[in-house]
Ligand binder design. Sequence first.
Ligand code: MG
Length: 483
Amino acid sequence: MIRCPRFLLFLGVVFALATSSTYGSRPPNIILIVADDLGYGDLGSYGAKGYSTPHLDALAEKGVRFTHFAVAQAVCSASRAAFLTGCYPNRLGIHGALSPKALHGLNPQETTLAELLRAQGYATGMAGKWHLGSGPEFSPLQQGFDQWFGIPYSNDMWPHHPEAPPGTYPPLPLFENDRVVDAALSPEDQIQLTTRFTEAAVSFITQQQKRPFFFYLAHPMPHVPLFVSEKFRGKSARGLYGDVIMELDWSVGEIVKTVKALGLERDTLIIFTSDNGPWLSYGTHAGSAGAFREGKGTSWEGGLRVPCIMAWPDTLPEGVVNDRFFMSIDLLPTIAGKLNAPRPSLAIDGRDVWPLLLNEPEARNPHEAYGVWYAQNELQAVISGDGRWKLVLPHTYRTLGGKPGGDRGKPVKYTNSQVNQPQLFDLRQEPAETTSLASTQPQVVQQLTVLADAFRQDLGDSLTQIKGQGNRPAGRKAAPGSP
Ligand code: MG
């Protein structure tokens, strides 16, 4: 008689152990929203003027607003490769922004966040801009996504480009999975993209009641050419750029509303960020890097540092501004760590920074330093793991040199400027990177120089013509005519 309840208790414990994980019965849903070319200063909570972003501000109030989050390279394809693989993009042979005619893309051998999560039983979906290789062999469906609705590369890679001679770009197609649903998007079509990709996200989320899900919403906006639907046209005092950001904010609001209505708020990690800083040569059609130097296409803070908001009620702190430093390469291993999921089989660069996300006072960034490469494998900077010191190495960078940017979607030309000697910046004291401390802090310069040499041995550096040992090849399309 007494054995029966004990047996039931035993069964109960076994059942509880079998079904419990860190999160109770199911792992968290993950929604990663990446805006394109959105600058550090472009959201209300990061100081934007002329329009408001109430949904993103509310998300920050419900979660964490990071003030020292940086992308691995301040340009589209390279940055996206880092988000999705946890690797420096040059480790994967991905540089710059891939042209529609490129014969390479993210190697299918690499493990993406979508593949990692799918192996954990997640449903995986994506809407928006891919830009990690065009053609069926590089499609998101080959990289761990169950479904995709979007464009294969940037929305300016089309025949309407204001600067490109006719014939430079083919028509811009819209895909639903591997099927072209519109062979040539028109300006009228682009007006609807933010709305349609948002609807795709909402529809996907609504359909996933049984399994945890990962949704990657990669908005093509506010990359030029800017387009906004009637809902927001003329709504901001900042012109079309502000209207576009207001629509992105609306999009976030729709997603948050959906998650809430499904009762999934506490089971869902929402991350909102950008792939790189503002494309300053576009002037009134570009965003703001806030107080930071330069923008997209450079290794200065205005290129690397982007807004990052994360919310996961009851798991991440609420209403916190977090100034701890980490980079986009750390997202994949941090999520893997939280799920106890196996790491990718090939070496990755990111580390699990979960304690930093929680802002634990004793937490230390596990990286001794981060390397910042740009262009064709130029090691342009090294940043200490604690985010305080940045050694900028001699290199050439593009700048407007104080000139205003362009108007009405037409860029002005950049000029080149040189860093001739290594420059050292204390990003805590002087994040604007105007005053080099290299002569007064020779020991720090020395330490970071040693780390720069280690990065060169591992991943190479075209500025010093060092070939790396750890680079892996990008995926290549089969040569025409080969089997
Ligand atoms: Mg971009």
